[in-house]
Design a protein around this ligand. Structure first.
Ligand code: ADP
Ligand code: MG
Length: 342
């Protein structure tokens, strides 16, 4: 039996590359030049690295702190392992009554449902009961088919009732649950970038493990360099990309998995079968918006390479790199000229 290390180490290469390059820039600059502040902390169960660029050391420091404060706030608002969060209250009232939530929580749920629609249910925020049945990293065993079958009515995202006027959410069956873990990190990156801009940063990058959002430019660079890792060879990159006011997010079957009888069971489930999705090894999405990049990487992983790439090509400002189940690389048309060779 083999277990992957956490997504922290599996994606560290991406962040590491970025930091080495950022660090190199900082040292070359005299103090009158743009100042770079960077720090790493653990939040949302993962390593979060924040880098800010401005013309004043204090502004850069403040922007980094503001980003961490914002990420901590969102953790309290959205995490479902905390019983006092709004979404935990929605979940606790499943099958009983609707719950009114803040505009922010409501909008994130609405956007998540839109991504469910786009990916034909590939991305599904109601999947929690099945994710728990698998508990890929803790349990490491394949759940009984009958157990999964019984869960199917509980993971039906189309039954989630939202009232836009009253801003309420209702889960019609007891045991249903909303979990925004599949978009939470991308959303946090979006929000953190907003507060960094407000704090005066001219450029920066927020990386929550593999969910990365950059804004502005680096001194003497056109964008923020990010490496896309090989899904089977740790330490090997399949491509390099310079981010320009965009987000990148990767979903991979190597992040959390276990092996049984030569079969890999990983953490991204196909909501239709409640089994691990089998079409891809990794999906990297680049979009203006981190929430979209994070939701779509999971949804496209489930859709599979052909349908997933067709969706990417139909959406404006969305690009993707897909490694299919056989290890073949597919790059969306808008990215082909941008993807650098490592
Ligand atoms: P992470 O970066 O934490 O791995 P991802 O964006 O790759 O997050 O999403 C994977 C997580 O989302 C899983 O750990 C699980 O909690 C949840 N998930 C798994 N399958 C799906 C799915 N089909 N739709 C939505 N969320 C999912
Ligand atoms: Mg995702």
């Amino acid at each position: 039996m083999k277990t992957s290390q956490s997504s922290i180490s599996s994606l560290a290469i991406v962040v590491l590359l970025l930091l080495v390059m950022l660090g190199g820039c900082a040292e070359l600059q005299p103090s009158s030049q743009p100042m770079i502040a960077k720090r790493a902390q653990m939040h949302m169960g993962t390593l979060v690295t924040v880098t800010a660029v401005s013309f004043d050391t204090q502004v850069s420091d403040r922007a980094v702190q503001a980003a961490f404060d914002e990420i901590k706030r969102l953790e309290g608002l959205l995490s479902t392992w905390r019983s006092d969060s709004e979404l935990s209250q929605v979940n606790a009232e499943a099958g009983r009554q609707s719950v009114s939530v803040s505009r922010e929580t409501f909008e994130l749920v609405v956007r998540s449902l839109e991504m469910a629609q786009l990916t034909r249910g590939g991305f599904n925020i109601a999947l929690g009961p099945a994710i728990e049945a698998w508990s890929v990293t803790e349990q490491q065993q394949v759940p009984d088919e009958q157990v999964l079958e019984r869960l199917k009515p509980l993971v039906d995202w189309t039954s989630i009732q939202i009232d836009k006027k009253l801003r309420t959410i209702y889960l019609p069956h007891q045991g249903m649950r909303i979990d925004v873990g599949g978009v939470g990190k991308g959303y946090a990156a979006d929000r953190a970038v907003e507060v960094m801009k407000r704090a005066g940063a001219k450029g920066g990058v927020v990386a929550l493990s593999g969910d990365i959002k950059a804004f502005g430019v680096l001194p003497e660079r056109s964008g923020f360099p990010v490496g896309i890792r090989h899904p089977r060879e740790e330490g090997t990159l399949i491509g390099l990309i310079d981010l320009h006011d965009e987000a990148v997010s990767t979903a991979g079957d190597y992040e959390r998995f276990f092996e049984r009888d030569g079969v890999r069971y990983h953490h991204i489930l196909d909501p239709h079968t409640l089994q691990p999705a089998r079409g891809c090894q990794s999906v990297t999405v680049i979009a203006k918006d981190g929430t979209i990049a994070d939701g779509l990487d999971t949804g496209i992983f489930v859709l599979g390479p052909e349908n997933g790439m067709a969706l990417v090509e139909s959406l404006p400002d969305v690009e993707a790199i897909i490694v299919d189940a056989d290890g073949a690389l597919m790059v969306s048309s808008g990215l082909r000229d941008r993807l650098g060779v490592p």
